[in-house]
Write a protein that binds this ligand. Structure first.
Ligand code: UD1
Length: 378
């Protein structure tokens, strides 16, 4: 049973579901919690994913407790009825942690896709750091995207035989989606990209940035637009009302701030990233996706669980101080050497084969095969 609930989980699990469908010895049961509704449904449609069970839990302004309780309750009944051989979860959301716990209560083994990411700071990112640790503690099989992630798990005394280094399935999804001849359908987007200005792709929504940091980020973006008239930004605004209000307040009405709310669909955003100058974000997944497209990332956070890209030089951790954000953006805009160094660094996150390695690893663990998959060596 593959369980997911938010947009990023759906995107990154889509290649895994496809691969499970191809395997003669496996039968995926797709269960969505629908922690996100519209943002999830868009990805389900895009990848034409089957849905066998839909818990439909999303409510406006839901709290972490709301989500956790509804996932636990919904899955208790379902796991009892289906008794799957294994539950697969992805990443670090409330759905991920609660689904793992529900499977543990039902004594169903858990496989964690994107296991082993850590900052070792309890509240950064909040609540994802602890959700990952809970999930890895429960999981029986760990699909680590990188060797660094595997080493984190080994240091926590997780059995190495349960760990497969696969690369990140985000790259599989991206390679399925980004095309040189892609045609944008969102009104206005193609015109912005063809408008002769450098385009910054912006996305910031994280819980630990709500309040003051979001204000600071938006203020910095506004300053950059005022300082460089050959630059525009495309901000794909998350549906969370905590985020949308602040973004609108600082940027709405500026002729070169293009706010897309509801947010751009995954395929539109991915193809936009492939054509932008660089990405400014606090997102987790974009730190993996943008480097795979050769795009620098300025990271609006104080800690990252994805140190590989920082080490490779494609991601620069900037924080949220408005002066630091402004300076980092202007430097990338004005210094071609700095830009080139970040744009040409190597992508450490995958080669598009992560879903295949994941399913081969699962087959191995289930006793359907004796051959361990090759290891991603990024
Ligand atoms: C969640 C994840 C976060 C992930 C993010 C990706 C948790 C704790 N957080 O955060 O790790 O990076 O998803 O987007 O699991 N909403 C809608 N329609 C939608 C989606 C969201 O209206 O399709 C609104 C709802 O008002 C909802 C709010 O957004 O209450 C927040 O959604 P929630 O899933 O609780 O948190 P995210 O901030 O999206």
């Amino acid at each position: 049973m593959v369980v997911f609930g938010t947009r990023p989980e759906a995107t990154k699990m889509a290649p895994v579901v496809r691969e499970l469908e191809r395997h003669p010895g496996m039968e995926p049961i797709v269960t969505v919690t629908a922690q996100h509704r519209e943002m999830l449904d868009q990805v389900l449609r895009l990848f034409r994913l089957p849905v066998h069970h839909d818990l439909d839990i999303m409510r406006p302004r839901q709290s972490l407790t709301d989500v956790t309780v509804r996932v636990l309750e919904g899955l208790e009944r379902l796991l009892e009825a289906e008794r799957p051989d294994v539950v697969l979860v992805h990443g670090d959301t409330a759905t991920t942690a609660a689904a793992s716990l529900a499977a543990f209560y039902a004594r169903v083994p858990v496989g964690h896709v994107e296991a082993g990411l850590r900052t070792y700071r309890k509240y950064e990112p909040f609540p994802e750091e602890i959700f990952r640790r809970i999930t890895d503690a429960i999981a029986d099989i760990h699909f680590a995207p990188t060797r660094q992630a595997r080493d984190n798990l080994l240091a926590e005394r997780i059995d190495g035989r349960s760990i497969f280094v696969t690369g990140n399935t985000a790259i599989d999804a991206l390679l399925m989606t980004v095309r040189p001849d892609y045609t944008f359908r969102t009104p206005g987007l193609a015109g912005i990209l063809d408008g002769g200005r450098r385009v910054l792709a912006v996305e910031a929504h994280r819980r630990e940035n709500w309040g003051r940091p979001m204000h600071d980020i938006c203020r910095a973006l506004r300053r950059v637009l005022d300082a460089r008239d050959d630059v525009c930004l495309v901000y794909s605004v998350h549906r969370n009302p905590e985020v949308a209000g602040v973004v609108t307040r600082y940027l709405d009405g500026h002729p070169r701030a293009h706010l897309f709310s509801p947010p751009l669909d995954y395929d539109e955003w991915a193809n936009l990233m492939a054509r932008c100058a660089f990405v400014v974000t606090d997102s987790g997944g974009l730190q993996e996706e943008a480097p795979a497209l050769g795009k620098p990332v300025l990271l609006l956070r104080n800690a990252t669980e994805r140190p590989e890209a920082v080490a490779a030089g494609t991601v620069q951790q900037v924080g949220t101080d408005p002066d630091a954000v402004t300076a980092a953006i202007l430097r990338l805009l004005d210094d071609p050497e700095a830009y080139r160094a970040m744009a040409t660094a190597r992508n450490p996150y995958g080669d598009g084969q992560a879903a295949r390695r994941t399913v081969q690893g699962l087959a191995c663990w289930l006793g359907l095969s004796t051959e361990r998959p090759d290891e991603w060596d990024g």
